[in-house]
Design a protein around this ligand. Structure first.
Ligand SMILES: C[S@@+](CC[C@H](N)C(=O)[O-])C[C@H]1O[C@@H](n2cnc3c(N)ncnc32)[C@H](O)[C@@H]1O
Length: 393
């Protein structure tokens, strides 16, 4: 695994802890892909035929496929192992962060910001769809504070995400944001946003690429979780990236209307309730200047996928504490965007590969192509494609 970029606030722990983290990452990847790759064969040759024999038909959707797969010993073992690996990721990262307290919080409190800013608002209520469960099984989730000015959950997310992804999102864990920003720049080269807003930024790993890609713009990022914002601000300062972090609810921000040219998010909507998703799209519309662009990076839709593929995508909803994942993947985003005020014909659904997985030339070609199939899928062969949903105002 490539090393995560060090900065003044990253907590990796001792030599032995870093090794344990690398082991958790490698084991998780092996279970996810190595053992996980065997699931399809098991489904095709054992689970689906048995289901068909018992019911005189094949599974009709992802739920039926999931139930049948998790009744099978291979599927059940895989599911249990990947869930345990997820817990191991956090367990491997947590001790060093706990040990660093309270000096770590003190260091962040004493930060002398030179590039950006942080505004927290204790009046912002963290919504129940965030507080109700530890999303991705991360102990304490994004928002928990155990001490005054606590930033621990931000440190836990930064290191934990890197271990969870096995380093595949790059040394700064920012491939998603960097890919999305580059798609915007290469697809619409004449579009030059002067003010950019990222919604649900967590620690800003996928926010900061916008400062590189659009260096003349003013970059803002919001989240409801104070510990992540404290850490994200400190991280941005350490990386010398200009970004203004605010504690706000994306459903109802305190920015004036028509404040931004570009409103983005990265994997936010699968963690918000259906009603809040609609509110956030409506707020995005309010915040955009006329001619501005909204673009949200998210998971692909399940529409057009077969029951087995739906089972793979739905698994996280049930076993990784991502309760709104399935609902998001079945939402007609164009319909919701139209309802909240965007023109139907200005709707955008595009997909692009991860910047690191193809050559620069190929990436530009993908970025400029309408590559979402008739079934609503942003896949390109076997390649992982990030889906982006949005609209021009
Ligand atoms: C999956 S994380 C997003 C990660 C981040 N954008 C990234 O790319 O790494 C979802 C984040 O959205 C935040 N969030 C959820 N609902 C929100 C809301 N209504 N307003 C602002 N932030 C929200 C959560 O606190 C969490 O930090």
């Amino acid at each position: 695994m490539a090393l995560q970029t060090e900065h003044d606030f990253l907590i990796t722990g001792s030599h032995d802890e870093a090794n344990r983290q690398a082991y958790a990452a490698a084991l998780r990847m092996h279970v996810l892909s190595g053992i996980g790759d065997g699931l399809k064969d098991v489904y095709d040759h054992r689970v689906e035929p048995a289901f068909e024999k018992a019911n005189s038909r094949t599974p009709k959707d992802g739920r039926e496929a999931m139930k049948a797969m998790l009744d099978d010993s291979y599927g059940k073992t895989w599911s249990s192992m990947i869930h345990t690996c997820q817990e191991m990721v956090w367990d491997s990262v947590r001790p060093a962060i706990e040990r660093a307290q309270p000096e770590f919080n003190e260091k962040i409190r004493g930060l002398n910001a030179q590039y950006g800013s942080l505004s927290l608002d204790a009046e912002v209520e963290v919504p129940r769809y965030v507080t109700a469960s530890d999303i991705h099984l991360m102990p304490g989730n994004y928002h928990t504070e155990r001490d005054t000015d606590d930033a621990s959950q931000g440190a836990l997310f930064d290191r934990g995400l890197y271990i969870y992804q096995g380093g595949f999102a790059g040394p700064l864990c920012d491939n998603n944001g960097r890919s999305q920003a580059e798609v915007i720049k290469r697809r619409w080269p004449e579009f030059a946003p002067t003010k950019i807003l990222d919604l649900g930024c967590t620690v800003g790993n996928n926010t900061l690429p916008y400062a590189d890609v659009f260096p003349d713009s003013e970059l803002h990022a919001i989240d409801v979780a104070a510990p992540c914002l404290r850490y994200g601000h400190a991280r941005a300062e350490a990386l010398e990236a200009p970004c203004h972090f605010h504690q706000m609810n994306a459903e109802n921000t305190s920015f004036e209307e028509e404040s931004f040219d570009l409103v983005v998010s990265c994997i936010l909507f699968h963690e918000t309730s259906r009603a809040s998703m609609e509110n956030i799209l409506k707020e995005s519309h309010r915040l955009l200047k006329p001619g501005g662009l909204m673009l949200h990076m998210e998971a692909p839709r399940t529409e057009g996928l077969d029951p087995y593929e739906q089972f793979r995508l739905d698994w996280d909803t049930y076993y990784n504490n991502e309760p709104f994942f399935s609902a998001w993947m079945r939402t007609d985003v164009q319909e919701v965007c139209t309802r909240v005020g965007f023109d139907r014909d200005k709707y955008i659904h595009i997909a692009a590969p991860d910047l690191g997985t193809v050559s620069d030339e190929e990436f530009t070609r993908y970025a400029k192509t309408d590559n979402v199939g008739a079934n609503g899928q942003g896949h390109w062969g076997e390649m992982v494609m990030w889906n982006m949903y949005g609209a021009w105002k």
